[in-house]
Write a protein of this length. Structure first.
Length: 231
């Protein structure tokens, strides 16, 4: 068996499990929840905790585009963290990749798109590493990150569908959730874990029980929950 990083799913969610505000990419927790009285007052705690997570963070180009990296013009403050960004469509454009390369220690761009704009920027940014796959296999990706790039601990901060794939592939080791005092609603609003539902009791092994490690009451009615995934 090849090595894999120890993974932690780290997310901000509402009390009803939503990780965004609605059913389209114009709505986003980072952009919207800071405007809501009773929620905005404690939101900074999530970002403070985020600064204590792993030096390798996995996300998607769609999420990066939602938070506006394609449109940012300011010079970013360099972070010691490296990003692993899965982006096939692509959702990132040249400006977005420029910004990310200036922002992070190393940008690992994971894609199945052989025409991704990132290929034109490799010579300009030595900290841009492209991992190309014919078909994305999360097991193979994690093994490659561990063995080829020495990634030993990885924080997952992606969208509900990709989080669902990590769950079904049994690739989540720990869960670290900050719960905002907010009810969002909407059956089409993305949750912590989306993707395909199981359809029979024979698939109950795809559900993962958790062991509570910490429960922290934060300020302004926020809560932090830490779990270990029982395997």
């Amino acid at each position: 068996m090849r090595n894999k990083p120890i993974t932690t799913l780290f997310m901000l969610q509402s009390l009803d499990g939503k990780i965004t505000s609605g059913n389209n990419d114009k709505l986003d927790a980072d952009k919207d929840w800071c405007k809501i009285d009773g929620v905005k007052e404690g939101l900074q705690q999530y970002y403070d905790i985020e600064q204590t997570t792993d030096l390798f963070s996995l996300n998607t180009g769609r999420v990066m585009a939602k938070i506006g990296v394609n449109d940012r013009t300011e010079e970013p403050n360099k972070t010691p963290c490296s990003f692993i960004i899965i982006d096939n469509k692509p959702h990132l454009n040249k400006k977005g990749i420029d910004y990310l390369c200036k922002w992070v220690n190393t940008l690992y761009l994971v894609t199945t798109n052989k025409n991704h704009i990132a290929y034109t920027l490799q010579q300009e940014y030595p900290n841009l590493v492209i991992l190309n796959y014919e078909k994305l296999d999360l097991n193979v990706l994690l093994e490659d990150l561990s063995e080829k790039y020495n990634v030993d601990h990885l924080t997952i901060q992606s969208g509900g569908n990709l989080n669902g794939l990590f769950l079904r592939e049994n690739l989540i080791d720990y869960v670290n959730i900050v719960i905002a005092p907010l009810l969002v609603g909407g059956k089409e609003t993305s949750t912590l874990i989306d993707g395909e539902a199981i359809t029979s009791q024979s698939e109950l092994n795809k559900l993962k029980a958790l062991k509570l490690m910490e429960c922290n009451q934060l300020n302004n009615s926020y809560i932090q929950l830490k779990y270990k995934v029982i395997k």
